[in-house]
Design a protein around this ligand. Structure first.
Ligand code: SF4
Ligand code: SF4
Length: 223
């Protein structure tokens, strides 16, 4: 999604790749759950997050949306995010010991933190957010180890494609300036990527490609 930030204000000024070492290791976050609370609507979920959370909780995407998630419009596109609640605005997956109940299946943004991600020339670069995580003396860790996702390169490729698919859809909506078109795009996006259950025994990335093809065919006009 389009977001203008000055990277030097929020980071150590360096950009990292998957194989770079970065001082992000919070030592298992022992005693801290600060980034699982008070994050507002910022823990936005991508289609792989829904696939993973469905596997991890045994809930269908629809049940997840009805219980643990909320929808929000981000630059014209409706996307789900974790629904935080209570006095401390806690994530619904945080247990009473302040640990994540779906750690193995946690969303991509949770895996990334305290790293951030930026998109440049169809590549992803990572940066270390220096004002977000209060844990002192973080250890050095390889970016891909920190993400803790199998086949990190394939995962990164998916993140890139998802990002640019949303940008392409936004561009089409801006060109058309029609409420009905915007509604149609959002309905199909929600249906295809967030409501229609994924097959647990089939490769997620293959299923993503099939759904991406459908929405591209429906709404993206090739120049
Ligand atoms: S704020 Fe840092 S130490 Fe605390 S839970 Fe998040 S990543 Fe872990
Ligand atoms: S899903 Fe887990 S890691 Fe992510 S905010 Fe919730 S409790 Fe924290």
């Amino acid at each position: 999604m389009k977001r203008e930030i000055d990277i030097n204000d929020i980071s150590d000024g360096r950009l990292y790749g998957l194989n770079d070492m970065v001082r992000a290791d919070c030592n298992d976050c022992l005693g801290c759950s600060s980034c699982c609370r008070g994050m507002g609507d910022s823990i936005v979920l991508d289609p792989r997050d829904i696939f993973q959370m469905s596997l991890g909780t045994g809930k269908s995407p629809k049940e997840l949306l009805e219980t643990c998630l909320e929808l929000n419009v981000v630059e014209g596109i409706i996307l789900p995010h974790l629904k935080l609640a209570g006095e401390t605005e806690a994530c619904p997956f945080l247990n009473s010991e302040g640990r994540c109940r779906i750690h193995k299946f946690r969303p991509g943004i949770c895996r990334l933190f305290p790293l951030g991600r930026m998109y440049e020339n169809r590549e992803i670069k990572y940066f270390l957010q220096i004002h977000e995580c209060p844990k002192p003396s973080k250890g050095k860790v390889k970016v891909k180890k920190w993400l803790d996702v199998p086949e990190a390169k394939q995962y990164e490729q998916f993140i890139l494609e998802w990002h640019y698919l949303l940008l392409d859809l936004q561009d089409e909506m801006e060109k058309r300036q029609e409420d009905q078109f915007q509604k149609d795009v959002n309905m199909l996006l929600l249906q295809l990527f967030y409501l229609c259950p994924y097959e647990a025994d089939r490769d997620f990335y293959q299923q993503f490609q099939e759904r991406k093809h459908k929405i591209s065919q429906a709404f993206i006009v090739k120049p």
